[in-house]
Design a protein around this ligand. Structure first.
Ligand SMILES: [Mg+2]
Length: 393
């Protein structure tokens, strides 16, 4: 087979809000500056409201007529796909994914992370979709699965209000849907003083009280804390037995992560902002993480996530891929033993928007999820949901 073109397709339509999205924002690194600490201007969209929505999908077209699709793809690395990678891959064999991946890494000496690696990730995922379609198999079968069927998913509660009564009601609601684990996001950080710290602790206490002793609870600080703050909050929430504390500080601060881990006794999860097997290996060598969260949309694609799973397995540290999107991580998860990859992340509010233009809706049933059976990844844009479509130059 030969690649004929690499095309970015922008699709446009409306997104009808079913549930409140972004009732509350999360703590963010910029919040140490007071001008960034407040909720952004404008009220969040209400249920029933229709808001305009656009997404970009990557298509790898072949001379044989098979097309690999992946998306939605974010803006900056979408442009790298078009400007840096398209010309190089046109005319080459799309089924030789490992060779293309290695050549694209070698030809850009700044490409070991960041937007270049995110672009390579999207291309890699589209090539796996293409390969699945060419061979008539879902990607998880090409990767050696099914190994676990279905795959446990945890409810990732980004965007919900943290007002105690609503918080408790949502935590109970998602537990009753069958989720064995939930992740909540801290709203406050070091810029918010003692009152913010108290509210962070209160959030953990309310959720634990709502779901009972047996459910697993995880908490994410989105890189927004520092060591003293993380140690203080960690010590105050330890009695609620968090399954992990996620990204209290950026992932490259391995000494800080180790200090937080040792002083709080809470397992540390991180790695959604790591790229490639080599960065994951270094993090594991630093003995500061208990859960690795590499994301196939960013870390180097499906090819690289499979290698990262092997590296994590060699260190006996579980891989729980970050849920920027779902399809790619799910196919890898379905092809890994549960001891290697115990669960995937399902963003209960944001997946509706991420899958807005796709045929069907991929979601967990009773806290576990199966990858699509269609050849490839099972990502198909539904023309019925699209009001306008254009190829980006
Ligand atoms: Mg996170």
């Amino acid at each position: 087979m030969k690649i004929a073109d690499v095309v970015l397709v922008e699709v446009e339509g409306e997104f009808e809000v079913e549930k409140p999205v972004n009732e509350e924002r999360i703590a963010q690194p910029l919040d140490i500056y007071p001008e960034f600490g407040e909720l952004g201007a404008g009220a969040p969209p209400r249920p029933g409201q229709k808001v305009p929505h656009k997404d970009v999908y990557l298509e790898v077209r072949t001379e044989e007529g098979v097309t690999g699709v992946f998306g939605p793809v974010d803006g900056p690395h979408a442009m790298i796909l078009r400007s840096e990678m398209r010309e190089f891959v046109v005319g080459r064999d799309p089924l030789a994914i490992e060779k293309l991946w290695d050549m694209l890494l070698r030809r850009n000496r700044h490409g070991r992370g960041g937007y270049y690696m995110m672009a390579l990730s999207a291309l890699d995922c589209a090539l796996w979709d293409l390969k699945g379609k060419a061979l008539g198999q879902p990607v998880y079968r090409l990767l050696g699965g099914p190994v676990q069927d279905p795959v446990p998913a945890y409810a990732s509660m980004l965007g919900f209000s943290l007002e105690p009564e609503k918080l408790a009601a949502r935590a109970r609601e998602y537990k009753s849907k069958g989720y064995q684990a939930q992740k909540w996001f801290f709203r406050y950080g070091p810029g918010d003083g003692g009152e913010g710290a108290g509210r962070n602790v209160q959030m953990v206490s309310v959720v634990r009280e709502a779901v009972g002793e047996d459910a697993a609870l995880m908490f994410d600080a989105f890189n927004s804390w520092d060591v003293p703050y993380a140690v203080e909050i960690g010590r105050r929430i330890a009695r609620f037995r968090p399954a992990w504390l996620e990204e209290p500080v950026p992932v490259d601060r391995t000494n800080a992560l180790r200090t937080i881990r040792e002083r709080t006794g809470i397992p540390i999860a991180t790695g959604e902002h790591l790229y490639t097997r080599w960065q994951v290996r270094d993090l594991l060598e630093a003995r500061c993480a208990d859960v690795i969260q590499a994301d196939p949309d960013w870390c180097g694609g499906i090819s690289e996530l499979v290698k990262i799973a092997a590296v994590c397995s060699a260190y006996d540290v579980p891989l729980c891929p970050h849920g920027h999107s779902l399809h790619a991580a799910l196919h890898v998860a379905a092809a890994c033993p549960r001891t290697v990859l115990p669960q995937v992340e399902f963003l209960v509010l944001h997946q509706k928007r991420k899958q807005r233009f796709m045929k069907g809706y991929l979601e967990p049933q009773v806290g576990a999820i199966r990858p699509p059976e269609a050849p490839g990844l099972g990502i198909e844009v539904d023309p019925e949901k699209v009001s306008a479509r254009r190829e980006i130059e």
